[in-house]
Design a protein. Sequence first.
Length: 334
Amino acid sequence: MANNTSVVLARRPQGNPQPDDFALVTRPLHEPGDGQFLMRNHFVSLDAGFRNWMNEGTGDNVLPAMPLDEPVMGLVMGEVISSHHPDYEVGDWLMARIAWQEYSLSDGGDFIVKIDPDEGYPMNLYLGVLGDTGLSAYFGMLDIGEPKAGETVLVSAAGGAVGSVAGQIAAIQGARTVGIAGGEGKCRRLMEELGYDAAIDHREPLEEQFARACPDGVDVYFDNVGGPLLETVLDHINVGARIALCGAVATYGASQPGPSNLFQLVTKESTMRGFFAHTQVNRYPEARAQLAAWLDAGDLVAPEYLVHGIESVGPAFCDLFAGRNFGKTIVQLV
């Protein structure tokens, strides 16, 4: 009988995750029963948002809290290799929210999106720019941010999976883009590789940088960070500003009060709205077609932080929170 290696949650992370928070466990691989299918995972997507559900008692209407010593929830991309399920055939390619493991056994009740390999794009892109991260950038920036030519669009975690795409979408709309990242090297890459017009290093004092990078204020803020940075940005928004809340990486695993200056939304007659991409699956074809068209035209680039092997999953997730990654973080298993 074949085996299946999984990354399990060995302990609850305290603050940013550490390698010892995860462990590799190898168990026998079972064949699918009636109403089940077996998928061999080729890629694992590492997404900061899943850190939120690693805390005890964080289950909500989106996901349950992750149990200890069980495979960590996450997005994977794989191929169906055995099936007793009427909706999934051998050879189907699926993007699924199941777990960090080499093989996934499912009854179809998980979040699953079928992928057409004949579209001609590398399958790993369907976890990045053509997957939930690119789709998050698309929906958040265009539906909520609605950037217009000449406006200033600010993006936090601008070198991350979602931020790297969100800023480029704003630029395609004719906006002036400013990215926030950690460290001089990342800030330089934002401008040189992703086309940001200016960059702010959140590791350095912010006020002078805001005055230089956003002299006319902020019209759109795409927020992947939350926490104190959101409070700082609120002091720089313009009348009618739009704020898209995509993530809150600064507060995952931490108990912090919200911004104390939310009245800025009133005085500036601005809006702030959160969203999830996975609630708009019916619009995935529309969004993916546009993202693919921008890729084909060279208007959009898709940087990746790619590592290999199931043993690299936990450390790469920790690297993401330590700020070592640039672009979408993906682990290739096959």
